[in-house]
Design a protein around this ligand. Sequence first.
Ligand code: FAD
Length: 486
Amino acid sequence: MSSEIQSQSKTAKPRVAILGAGPAGLGAAWQLARSGKAEAIVLEQRGDVGGNSGSFTIGGELDGLPLDYGSHRLHPSCHPEILADLRGLLGDDLLDRPRHGRIRLRGHWIHFPLKPVDLVLRLPKSFAFGVAADSVRKLVASSSANGHESFASVLERNLGSTIFRDFYHPYAKKIWGVEAEQLSAIQAYRRVSAGSLMKMVKKVLALVPGLKAPGAGRFFYPREGFGQISQALAAAARNEGAQILHHTAVKKIHLGTPHQIEVERDGSTQLVLADYVWSTIPITTLAKLVTPQAPADVIAAGSKIKYRAMILIYLVIAQPQFTEFDAHYFPDAEVALTRISEPKNYSARNKPKDRTVLCCELPCDVDDENWRRTDEELGQLAKQALEQSGLPIQAPILQVVTKRLSHAYPIYQQGYETHFNRLDEWAAGLERILTFGRQGLFAHDNTHHALAMAYAAVDCLNGSGSFDLARWNDYRAEFATHTVED
Ligand SMILES: Cc1cc2nc3c(=O)[nH]c(=O)nc-3n(C[C@H](O)[C@H](O)[C@H](O)COP(=O)(O)OP(=O)(O)OC[C@H]3O[C@@H](n4cnc5c(N)ncnc54)[C@H](O)[C@@H]3O)c2cc1C
């Protein structure tokens, strides 16, 4: 027998149940409660907030050092209204930091973001000549699309074969687990922020003192870890009256008036009643949870789109600092990791005094060989990858901790659009159900994009309690122009 979870207040306002307490869900809960438009209740399966943008601490002698689920930064391209809100919530804790990373290219370390001096002095000669020759070729030859396009063809045409072959081709295979030729052109058009040689040159020039655009080469980072953004959003939402339930996994959604959401909580099945369901969980999961059941072709479409998983391997090392860099990127096919980051360097933290942590990112598939490895094996794998890249760990490794993300990246395999569109069309046909956020729209988006979606959803809910679908569709067209930043 299932019991019912009562909302905290009894008002005439619509009740909105938000599935997922990542930035999209929390941003929506805060805006709903703050605007007074609705009663918001957030249902989250985990014990913490922030989803993939959360932070956690591990025991031992780390002085509460916050660790993120892989390298996370708040990009200055965040919408000014949202940035102002986050500044209001975090105050001086929202640090403005210079980017200071490195990419390993043909055995050389190049600063990331690129510095003009690196282009002249540090790029491997063969790479620099290749890029120069590609640029000349681009100037003299027409470079319009020619027939069927893929991630590979778009990037090769726009960036030239040298950058494509040395960087994007191997990196794509590692991140998404699919050959660049099998990825959709959308991945290149909307998801590569420096999508053409001209854009890349502009990005580099933007770093020259005097030409420097505000925010170029910088990022925002909360003093207590990236998850502090979500923690602050959750606290603000609660302050305004929103409810956030942890360890509450959504198991079924019975469509009706009101919708009845079956959740598993405290070892029992409970019911949440809501006028609206705003889902930020994977759209593929949503399609399986709704009753009456989605048509068979929708379920089939859901099984044809996939999210890439990721294992985060945290190495606790007995030394104050591993390097001065925030992140190292490894495009080479031979190195299993895609990136390592050193959390202490993101907030210039000097505690713990004699320990640091490296966060190593290993993209994979749920249940593949790597997913099933033990922590010890993963620690060895990370250590060897660093040795192979010329970054051997000299100090003792005191502890290895791992975290697994089942939904790290949407995979834009060729033809995915047809399957996603079928799911999206089905979801749009459900009354008073909305899906958004990175998982909800299968969008390879940043945190600030997920927040923009949340703000847009709240903007579409009218004071009368009705939802303006036409306005939402305009916003959806805007979301399609989001470009992901690394
Ligand atoms: C390795 C990596 C690095 C990244 N780096 C950056 C960066 O530098 N800057 C940046 O801006 N963004 C970055 N991102 C993207 C960022 O993590 C996402 O944009 C953001 O977390 C999306 O927020 P969301 O709320 O849409 O989804 P999520 O954060 O995925 O939240 C979804 C929530 O739904 C919950 N959920 C799922 N199923 C259920 C269920 N059945 N019942 C209840 N709850 C459920 C999950 O537990 C989760 O909390 C990165 C992502 C990854 C993977």
